[in-house]
Design a protein. Structure first.
Length: 233
C-alpha cells in the first residue's frame, strides 16, 4: 500500500468518515459519559483499543470464516477483546472503571466496532485493518473528548478535573479553572446538554467541510500562454 492510501485511511477515520460525527454510530456512550474530559478520554481510548484488536483479528481470520457465521464470530471476537479491556481497566484504573460502569462492557454493542469489522476488516489485509481501527478509534475519541471538554467547561467551569483517575496522584493539580467564581450551568452536564453539544460540534464540522470545498476553486489561477503570430513572409 502506498503512502496516499495510508493518508486516506487516516483522513477518513479522523475527519471525513468520523464514526461519531458523520456515521453517527456509538452515540449511546458518546452522550452518556461525555460530561468531562477524563471520562471521555477513558472511554475513547478503551474503544480505540477494542477497534484495533477487533479489526486486526477479524482481518486475520477472514479467510477461515464462512459468510453464514461471520457476524456471530465477529461479535465473539469483539466481546473477548472488550472483556480483556474491562479487566485491565478494573485492575489499573479502578476508580475510573467504577465511574464509566456499564458503558465499558457495552462497547461490545457499539455499532462502530461491528460496522468496521464487517465493512472494512473482513475485506482487507491486516495492515489496512489495523490502521482503520486505529484512526477510526482516534476519530471517535477526538469527538468524545471535544464534547466532554465543551460540556465540562460550560457546565462546571473547569477542564481536566479528576485527571488523577487516569494519570495518577501527580495529576491532581492538573485541573484548570476556566472561570473564577463560576456557579455552573446544570443543563450542560445533563443528557440534553450532550445532544445540544454534539449538534454544535457537527455543525462546526459541516461549516469547515463546506469552506474546504469552496476554497480551491477560488484560489486556482490558470496561466494561458498565447503564441505570437507568425510574420508574413
Amino acid at each position: 500500500m502506498n503512502l496516499s492510501q495510508y493518508r486516506k485511511i487516516a483522513f477518513d477515520g479522523l475527519w471525513k468518515n468520523n464514526q461519531a460525527l458523520v456515521a453517527l454510530l456509538g452515540l449511546c456512550p458518546l452522550l452518556a459519559v461525555s460530561n468531562s474530559v477524563i471520562n471521555s478520554l477513558g472511554l475513547g481510548l478503551a474503544t480505540t483499543v477494542a477497534l484495533i484488536f477487533s479489526n486486526t483479528i477479524v482481518s486475520l481470520i477472514r479467510g477461515h470464516v464462512t459468510s453464514e457465521i461471520r457476524l456471530p464470530v465477529f461479535v465473539l471476537v469483539i466481546a473477548a477483546n472488550v472483556t480483556v479491556i474491562e479487566l485491565l481497566m478494573n485492575a489499573f484504573f479502578h476508580d475510573l472503571h467504577k465511574i464509566l460502569g456499564i458503558f465499558i462492557p457495552l462497547i461490545v454493542t457499539n455499532c462502530a466496532i461491528i460496522g468496521r469489522a464487517e465493512a472494512f476488516a473482513s475485506k482487507n489485509p491486516v495492515d489496512w485493518a489495523f490502521l482503520d481501527g486505529l484512526f477510526m478509534g482516534l476519530g471517535f475519541t477526538f469527538a468524545l473528548v471535544a464534547l466532554g471538554a465543551l460540556r465540562e467547561v460550560i457546565g462546571l467551569g473547569t477542564l481536566l478535573a479528576r485527571a488523577d483517575l487516569m494519570f495518577g496522584d501527580f495529576a491532581r493539580d492538573w485541573t484548570i479553572r476556566v472561570f473564577d467564581d463560576y456557579g455552573g450551568f446544570l443543563l450542560a452536564i445533563l443528557p440534553p446538554g450532550a445532544f445540544i453539544g454534539l449538534g454544535l460540534i457537527i455543525a462546526v464540522k459541516n461549516v469547515v467541510d463546506a469552506r474546504r470545498v469552496k476554497m480551491p476553486a477560488a484560489e486556482e489561477v490558470t496561466v494561458q500562454i498565447i503564441p505570437s503570430p507568425h510574420r508574413a513572409e
